[in-house]
Design a protein around this ligand. Sequence first.
Ligand code: TYD
Ligand code: MG
Length: 454
Amino acid sequence: MASLKQTFVCQSCGAVSSKWQGKCDACGQWNSFVEEAPLEAPGFEGGAKKGKVVTFASLAAKTQLDPRLMTGIGEFDRALGGGAVPGTAILVGGDPGIGKSTLLLQALANMAKRGLKCVYITGEESVDQIRLRAARLGLGDADVKLASETRVRDILTTLSGAEKFDVVVIDSIQTMYSDAAGASPGSVTQVRLSSQNLIHFAKKSGTAIFLIGHVTKDGQIAGPKTMEHMVDTVLYFEGEKTQQYRILRAVKNRFGGIDEIGVFEMTGKGLMEVKNPSSLFLSEHKENTEGVAVFPSVEGTRSLLAEIEALVVPSSAANPRRAVVGWDAGRLAMILAVLDSRLGLGFGASDIYLNIAGGLRVVEPAADLPAAAALISSLTKRALPADMVMIGEISLSGEIRPVTHLKARLKEAEKLGFARALVPAASKLPKTSLNLIKAEKVADLLDLFEMKKG
Ligand code: TYD
Ligand code: MG
């Protein structure tokens, strides 16, 4: 048998090495290796030491799954794909301070009021702190069981006792501690082992478990990425801490779609649902503001109007600055390259800032056209028409590609009082009262600024 020597584990991707490395070969992360005690002797599990025989079930048989557990918070249930499924593990990730504990406490109190047996286990705060928060949220009378505990073995022994629970919240998985591993809480091994144990319990007992997870600076759940594979559902709670709006987004769901989002507003009395968010991210759109374009984005079955702001200023630096908030930096570089090469616009010597207003994050390529328009508008100091929305993906050759959900996008723009829309010429155009302007190439954007096509 191989002797159990030291192992080093990458805290970013979970890669294992026998010696310390400055850079992980697997994921390219620097300084991510930490020494951890090896878990168990390697070896073939089907060898001499026999396991137990697994009994098979038929796919065709009726399922035993109970109906879904509704949180009663519409936007939360929507992101979950219609409530939580009993016996599953749901990971809720997000930056510290974004409102994860608040959201889960509100959901739990709501579920308790609907007759479900609920437990909130915190490893971050004291029981009194949770009580204070609940009182402030007006939920002080909800029948939620509280505990401040971090040892997974104790938690599971308690939960497996005579009293059965429907829903358990673990706040947060990074504070949990399994004594089967020697590593410190928050390390990959601990997070993985604690999650495994809790998830196993969820499956066995039929309890729905919400695991709160912190997110690192680059937006990943701290600990192994494998954690996302282990749970049934992954929700991200996102938004800018300085803004009051928050979006709960499903990125994985074994029991529902992942295209729905829930929208919340952080108020003095906790998180409130925003049922009709389409105009939320639009500022008072003034005429003659340079560098602003409106984009009807689509999230699941809803369209949200987003405002894309660009600022192009001459730079004295050798390497001009490019800063992006709410959009993809690589996408910005690509659009700039297309505008430079196809239209000969000189962005090269300018600092460029691009922002999606209101803390919204847009990932669709359909935002290319409004982003390009905002950039040109800021560069040329000419405002875009305030009554116009823009939709279209830009290809490297400068063509405007058709987009999905054009009808829903135009309908939302129509509802919010816009009069015109710049749309891909290649799209099948739906019936609308908007005045549609077709764009075939990026050069067509220049018409908006009454500029000559070069
Ligand atoms: P919290 O749920 O503790 O965040 P997380 O668990 O994700 O770290 O929320 C923290 C922030 O929310 C805190 O900065 C204060 C704010 N907040 C409100 O604005 N209103 C409220 O009613 C509550 C409970 C929190
Ligand atoms: Mg918290």
